[in-house]
Design a protein. Sequence first.
Length: 84
Amino acid sequence: MTDYTKYLLEETYQLPHHELSHLESDGDVDFHISVSDFARLKANSYQQRRSLSVVLRMGICQEQRTRFYGQSLMQIGFKREQNR
């Protein structure tokens, strides 16, 4: 697992108070995180071919979609990191 994948998993799993040990023991975990009036994040993580795969889907509400029009989700994420 790359350092970035590990970082992404650790940060994502802290939001709904999940333990990474659950993923390691069961081999897969699915969960949703909702931020009212902003977005919904769906996370699927699973082991496949001796490696860990993570799929993150983010749905932004209409008001925020208009606000961030023309920017990719990665750009939005980087801006948030810079503001910390």
